[in-house]
Write a protein that binds this ligand. Structure first.
Ligand code: NAD
Length: 335
């Protein structure tokens, strides 16, 4: 197939070019993010390959269909940026990479928990200035600590396994409990109970209408004082304004974000010489107990290889009319 790959970066091109030696597709690498204004770049291509911040709303999809595109290949797990109904109406098949390396995201989640708990970010900066004081750096043992996991699919399950190794007391909420987590001793509870009892809450559910702003003023009010919240899933799971209020009142004691609701205007670009216009984001960076990474949880060598391989396999399945195991359909949305 001829594929227009949007939101290209040098590392994306490297891994896709390597993997494509086995498939022989023709790939057009395009740095721009896809939206309805530039969809015509895909003219003459049968597939577009897109990432988390490409905008595949109805207008984009209609324009893609007009230009002969029949496949949207997401090179990520989440598909919240695709209007699935519009794709169906335009006879466009949507495929994704449901699991490329759950370990990559899970391990980044754990890194955030450890950095925040042991204040590694502050200690590192302090030592470089010759300040060896321990004041303000006290942490807590994770052993026997109550942790709540929201969403125990591929990633949440690995997070549970690692936290089990630390000896945490793990509870979880998921409309479809995971047998492997139950076997591990994870206790499934209601969302309300998870909010009330967890000292650390980590989000691993997809962004769907039911989970939009699942962390908001109301849910925060139920949480333990000084709770730690980690989001490596999707930005809009969190109401940023409410979380800032929670940090200011010290209800939230630690916040680790790899994703941000308005990240599309910030992440994946070098803006070090620009003035950040997003005041909420700038406010988040002012807190000493907040760490932010720019949607890098997936970013391991292993994950990128796997993403390129599976994406090109998905496209080949569609091209050769084989059943593709990674189709995105409405059935994937849990209500
Ligand atoms: P998955 O589909 O394997 O698991 C998601 C789980 O969430 C499922 O068990 C599902 O039942 C559960 N769920 C659905 N609705 C829910 C709800 N209302 N409340 C609680 N749980 C609910 O997905 P995954 O591979 O584990 O990925 C999870 C999310 O992580 C993705 O949706 C994606 O947004 C995000 N992600 C982020 C990165 C990153 O680099 N930061 C990388 C990959 C994935």
């Amino acid at each position: 197939m001829k594929i227009a790959l949007f939101s290209n970066k040098s590392y994306t091109e490297r891994f896709f070019t390597q993997a494509n030696s086995r498939f022989g597709h023709e790939i057009l690498f395009i740095a721009q993010r896809l939206n309805h204004h530039n969809a015509s770049i895909a003219q003459g291509c049968q597939a577009v390959c897109v990432f988390v911040n490409d905008i595949l709303d109805k207008r984009t999809i209609t324009a893609l269909a007009k230009n002969g595109v029949n496949t949207i290949a997401l090179r990520c797990a989440g598909f919240n940026n695709v209007d699935l109904k519009a794709a169906r109406d335009s006879d466009i098949t949507v495929v994704r990479v449901p699991a490329y390396s759950p370990h990559a995201v899970a391990e980044h989640t754990i890194a955030m928990i450890l950095v925040l708990n042991r204040k590694i970010h502050k200690a590192h900066a302090r030592i470089r200035e010759g300040n060896f004081s321990l004041k303000g750096l006290m942490g807590f043992d994770l052993h026997d600590y109550p942790v709540g996991i929201i969403g125990t699919g591929q990633i949440g399950q690995v997070v549970a396994r690692i936290l089990h190794g630390f000896g945490c007391r793990i509870m979880a909420y998921d409309p479809q409990p995971n047998i492997k987590c139950i076997e591990l001793g994870v206790q499934y509870v209601s969302l309300d109970e998870l909010f009330r009892k967890s000292y650390i809450i980590t989000l691993h559910c997809p962004l769907v209408p039911e989970t939009h702003h699942i962390i908001n003023a109301n849910s925060i009010s139920k949480m333990q004082d000084c709770v730690m919240i980690i989001n490596t899933s999707r930005g809009a799971l969190i109401d940023t304004k409410d979380v800032i209020d929670g940090l200011k009142s010290r209800k939230i004691g630690y916040l680790g974000l790899d994703v941000y609701e308005e990240e599309a205007d910030l992440f994946f670009e070098d803006l070090s010489n620009e003035i950040i216009q997003d005041d909420q984001f700038a406010r988040l960076l002012m807190f000493p107990n907040v760490i932010v990474t720019g949607h890098q949880a997936f970013f391991t060598n292993n994950a990128l290889q796997s993403i390129a391989q599976t994406t090109l396999e998905n496209i080949t399945d569609i091209e050769q009319n084989r059943i593709c195991p990674n189709l995105v359909t409405d059935a994937l949305i849990v209500h």
